[in-house]
Design a protein around this ligand. Structure first.
Ligand code: ADP
Ligand code: ASP
Ligand code: MG
Length: 407
C-alpha cells in the first residue's frame, strides 16, 4: 500500500463530467489498495473568470480581497469532488486551505508556505476517508486567506506530499508529461520520460507552466518523487528525477525550449551614469516586493546611459509610478514601458560546455528576421527578449535549430 497525493488541474475539472471522470481515477487508485490525498485546482477558466470580475469591480484589485475571491474557485471544486467521490460510495471530505490550516507568509497573491500540519489529513486517512484539499491557498498570521501564485495548486500538492512523506506526488493535467517545448505551440515537441529537477526548475522558471516553479523547488528540497501525467488517458508520463540517468539527456546540448509571455520591459532613458544609480532605480521596486529579472545598462555616452529591465507583466502597473518618481529624482528624461514582449529560452545541461549554442540560437532567430531586444545567459540556459507576436514562431524555429524534434 502506497500513500499517493494526486493533484488535478483546472482543465481536468472543466465540467461535471470531467469531475466525475477524475473521481473514477481516484476511486481506481483507492481500489488498488492505496491511500490517496487529493488536491484540486479551480474548474478550468474559473480563476480567470474571477480575476476578470475583480478587475471590472475595482481595477486596482486589492490583494487581500482578491485572494479571498480567487480561493473560492478551488474551494468549490474540492467540495464538488468530495461529492463526486461520495456518489461512488467512497468516504471523502473537502478542506479549504484555512481548515488544515496551511499557513503562509503575509504576501498576498504570491504567498509562500511556512507550515503545513498533517493531523487532520492523517486522521482522515486512518479512518479510510479521502481528504480533498483545495489547492493554491492558505492562511496568513492575521487569519486572512492567501494564494500561492498562478499554478499554485501544484505547490500545494508537493508540499502535502512532503509533509505526509508520501510515496509519490502525481500531477494530472491536460498533457501526458513534460515535452521538449510546449506541445500546444510546437507540434514536433518530443515527450521526455525523465527530466532532472535542475532542468525542470529552469523550464518552469522560464515559462513552462506545466509545473509551478515552487512545486519543483519543494520536490527537490524534500526529495518528493514527482510525476506528471494526463487526466485524459495515456500510458506516457514524465518523472522529475534527481539527476540525468538517461543517455539521451546527458548527450543533449539543449533539452528544452520555453516561452514566457508574462513579461514586460521598463526603460529609464538618459540616466546619469554614476555609482549607486542602479540601486536608486531598483530599490523602490524591491521595497514594493516587485521582482526584476534581466537588467541591461547601455554603454555610457557623455556621462549618460539608458537602463532597461524586465519584470512580470502583472507588476507593470504597480512599478511604473514608482519608477516615474525615481526618474524625476535622478533627473532622467523619461520612462518607457513595453508589455508586448516575450522571453524565449533554450535550456540544457550542455549549454555551459558548448560555446556555439548562443550563436546557433541568434542565427536561428535572425534567419526568421526576429529581432533580439535583450539577452541573458546562465550555465544552463540562454534567454532572449523578443516581440511577443514572434514568440510561438521563435519556439518552433529554435526547437528545429537544436534538433529536438521527434525522430
Ligand atoms: P493545469 O490546469 O492542469 O494546472 P496548466 O495549464 O497549468 O495545467 O499546465 C499544462 C500546460 O502546460 C499544457 O497544456 C501546456 O500547454 C503547457 N506547457 C508549457 N510548456 C510545456 C512543456 N514543456 N511540456 C508540457 N506542457 C507544457
Ligand atoms: N487556479 C489557480 C490558477 O489558475 C491555481 C492552479 O490552477 O494551480 O492559477
Ligand atoms: Mg497549472
Amino acid at each position: 500500500m502506497a500513500l499517493i497525493v494526486q493533484k488535478f488541474g483546472g482543465s481536468s475539472l472543466a465540467s461535471p463530467d470531467h469531475i466525475r471522470r477524475v473521481a473514477c481515477t481516484i476511486a481506481a487508485t483507492k481500489k488498488e489498495g492505496h491511500q490517496v490525498v487529493v488536491v484540486v485546482s479551480a474548474m478550468g477558466g474559473e480563476t480567470d473568470r474571477l480575476l476578470a470580475l475583480a478587475t471590472e469591480i475595482n481595477p486596482d484589485k486589492p490583494a487581500r480581497e482578491l485572494d479571498a475571491l480567487l480561493a473560492t474557485g478551488e474551494q468549490a471544486s474540492a467540495a464538488l469532488m468530495a461529492m463526486a467521490l461520495q456518489n461512488l460510495g467512497l468516504s471523502a471530505r473537502s478542506y479549504a486551505g484555512i481548515q488544515l490550516p496551511l499557513r503562509t507568509d503575509a504576501n498576498h497573491t504570491r504567498a509562500r508556505i511556512v507550515d503545513l500540519p498533517t493531523s487532520v489529513l492523517r486522521r482522515d486517512l486512518d479512518q479510510n476517508i479521502i481528504p480533498v484539499v483545495a489547492g493554491f491557498q492558505g492562511v496568513n498570521g492575521n487569519g486572512d486567506i492567501t494564494t500561492l501564485g498562478r499554478g499554485g495548486s501544484d505547490t500545494t500538492a508537493v508540499a502535502l506530499a512532503a509533509a505526509l512523506q508520501a510515496d509519490v506526488c502525481e500531477i494530472y493535467t491536460d498533457v501526458d508529461g513534460v515535452y521538449t517545448a510546449d506541445p500546444n505551440i510546437c507540434p514536433s515537441a518530443r515527450h521526455l520520460s525523465k527530466v532532472t529537477y535542475e532542468e525542470m526548475l529552469e523550464m518552469s522558471g522560464l515559462g513552462a507552466k506545466v509545473l509551478q516553479i515552487r512545486s519543483v523547488e519543494l520536490a527537490q528540497k524534500y526529495r518528493v518523487p514527482l510525476l506528471v501525467k494526463s487526466s485524459f488517458g495515456s500510458n506516457k508520463c514524465t518523472w522529475i528525477v534527481e539527476e540525468a540517468k538517461s543517455m539521451e539527456m546527458e548527450s543533449a546540448i539543449v533539452s528544452g525550449i520555453t516561452l514566457d509571455r508574462s513579461v514586460a520591459k521598463l526603460s529609464v532613458i538618459h540616466v546619469p551614469d554614476r555609482p549607486g544609480i542602479a540601486y536608486q532605480i531598483l530599490a523602490p521596486l524591491a521595497d514594493a516586493q516587485i521582482n526584476v529579472d534581466m537588467v541591461i545598462q547601455n554603454a555610457s555616452i557623455e556621462g549618460y546611459t539608458d537602463f532597461t529591465f524586465t519584470l512580470s507583466r502583472e507588476d507593470l502597473a504597480k512599478a511604473r509610478p514608482l519608477l516615474e518618481q525615481v526618474a524625476k529624482d535622478i533627473g532622467a528624461w523619461e520612462i518607457r514601458a513595453d508589455d508586448s514582449i516575450a522571453k524565449v529560452s533554450a535550456i540544457g545541461l550542455g549549454v555551459k560546455n558548448h560555446p556555439g549554442v548562443a550563436a546557433r540560437m541568434f542565427k536561428a532567430l535572425a534567419d526568421e528576421n526576429i529581432n533580439i531586444q535583450m539577452i541573458s545567459t546562465s550555465e544552463i540556459r540562454i534567454s532572449c527578449i523578443i516581440e511577443a507576436k514572434y514568440g510561438e514562431l521563435a519556439v518552433r524555429v529554435l526547437h528545429d535549430a537544436f534538433g529536438l524534434q521527434q525522430s
